[in-house]
Design a protein around this ligand. Structure first.
Ligand code: CP
Length: 317
């Protein structure tokens, strides 16, 4: 965490930070089991959700998380802002500063945009996905989901399969799983793996789909067709599916399957597997709300610094 408690990437976190956020998420999870799922924790605080790239899960779960914490929420999406008329990210942030926000949650197509925005505002900034950069709240909800549904992360083997090159989910996921003591293997065609990056982050690299056999968790990545331009990364989607699609035939009993969504059914994952209730895909979506409540709480109350204010606010929940 930076001194001002923004969440810009898993790269900025230590295992203690991750443990604290997952613990807080667990406590908010207990609140979600009540009839009334709202707590006053962030009453009087303002959260601005600025989504300048498409999103369903992240945008809705951050909005619901902020509302369940009783914050005032402004949600601004993609087209329809003055950025369409040429306004810069800096001027957009400075304009929204007029409403005295406590937290900006930002999704942006450019790597580093959230870190840039963090320099323009005194509010906390949460990276909700910056191009191919990082998606830290996704990685945190993935860890939370594995802890709840599978068990302790330390010692698990996670295979991350598919389009690593274009995936912020993979960059944050490799960092988060290795930070918490899992072994990570990335499995993909050589054209879709930045091998030096994956190895630098502590992952093993394979181009053989059979290497998912040893994994406890098979984490399937979306083929990010919108980032592939003229293509050339794979001969064709049919061939990719034939070589790398994760389906029931390629899994052994007991392996758990994850996917951050949205999915391309029949490309990186079979439709039958998406619909299989044994996968963790639905749990990932469900857990997004409490983990994002924990993230908002962490940055907005100074819990990252272990402040008494933060501790008191969580007790009030
Ligand atoms: N997993 C994820 O980031 O999904 P959205 O793009 O729908 O937010």
């Amino acid at each position: 965490m930076s001194a001002r408690a923004s969440l810009l990437g898993i790269a900025d976190l230590g295992a203690d930070d991750v443990g604290r956020i997952l613990d807080t998420a667990g406590r908010f999870g207990q609140v979600m089991d009540r009839d009334i799922k709202k707590v006053p924790t962030l009453r009087g605080r303002t959260v601005v959700n600025l989504f300048l790239e498409p999103s369903t899960r992240t945008s809705t779960s951050f909005e619901l998380a902020a509302k369940r914490l009783s914050a005032d929420v402004l949600s601004i999406k993609g087209t329809g802002t003055s950025m369409d008329k040429g306004e810069t990210l800096k001027d957009t942030i400075l304009t929204l500063e007029a409403y005295d926000p406590d937290v900006f949650v930002i999704r942006h197509p450019q790597v580093g945009a959230c870190r840039l925005a963090d320099g323009y505002t005194d509010a906390s900034v949460v990276n909700a996905g910056d191009g191919t950069g990082e998606h830290p709240s996704q990685a945190l909800l993935d860890l939370y989901t594995v802890q709840r549904e599978v068990g302790p992360i330390k010692g698990l083997h996670v295979a991350i399969v598919g389009d690593v090159l274009h995936s912020r989910v993979a960059r944050s996921g490799i960092r988060a799983f290795t930070l918490m003591g899992a072994k990570v293997t990335v499995v993909a065609p050589p054209t879709l793996v930045p091998r030096h990056l994956a190895e630098a982050l502590g992952a093993e690299v394979s181009s053989d789909i059979r290497d998912i056999a040893d994994a406890d968790i098979v984490y399937v990545l979306r083929m990010q067709l919108e980032r592939m331009g003229a293509g050339g990364f794979v001969p064709s989607l049919d061939e990719y599916a034939r070589m790398y699609q994760v389906d029931h035939a390629r899994l052994r009993p007991g392996q758990r399957v994850m996917h951050a969504g949205p999915v391309n059914r029949g490309v990186e994952i079979s439709g039958a597997l998406v619909d299989d209730p044994e996968t963790l895909i639905e749990a990932q979506a469900t857990n997004g709300v409490v983990v994002r409540m924990a993230v908002l709480y962490d940055v907005a109350t100074g819990a990252a610094g272990g402040s008494a204010q933060g501790d008191a606010a969580l007790e009030a929940a």
